[in-house]
Write a protein that binds this ligand. Sequence first.
Ligand code: TYD
Length: 220
Amino acid sequence: MARGFFITFEGGEGAGKSTQIGRLAHKLRDKRYQVAVTREPGGSPGAEAIRHVILSGAAEPLGPEMEALLFAAARSDHVEQLIRPALRRGKIVLCDRFVDSSRVYQANVDAALLEEIERVSLNGVMPNLTLIFDIDPEVGLRRAAERRGADQADRFEKETLAVHRRRRQAFLDIAIKEPKRCVVIDASADADAVENAVTAAVFGAIEARSDVDAEAAQGA
Ligand code: TYD
């Protein structure tokens, strides 16, 4: 069976993940890899429907457990409908946010419950590589506001700077705990420098995994 390669992009708001995902997808396709680009929450029709409920803030009054369950429901649908089938076909899947965002953003939920719903939603699918885009939240939030207009912050962007700082540290802690899977990228550098760091990490990881079916992952 062809085996793909699953790469996730994590980090705070305004870290430039989507720009870099676009550039990386282009570069991989140039090298004749088959690439699927996706994002969370969302990425499949069922998950996109849940995305709207969460990001509008409609689920916030229902409590953090409910929000965590909704993220997990969206993830489960996304994994089964899009990610697992793409990996089975030998594709390289690039996903903007995934399970580490739940670990970091839903950290106010009981850890045992969070672990349990993580297990169910992933159903055995974990990223081969996770790039953690690290940036001072003050800089990131400014960038995010410039991108979409200051008055339209979503449910999570609206939170205090102290909360965003805690999240930054929580992402870095994951990288320390799982050094084989995670690479920290300095997202404060200019876009070309970030691109170079991303390219080095991704091609290094693909080439290092000798069991990745390069023939299948390439346009065959
Ligand atoms: P989005 O606009 O896609 O964010 P960004 O451009 O920052 O990636 O919004 C996703 C928001 O949802 C973001 O603030 C992080 C949050 N989130 C969680 O809280 N838990 C999760 O599991 C995921 C995937 C995202």
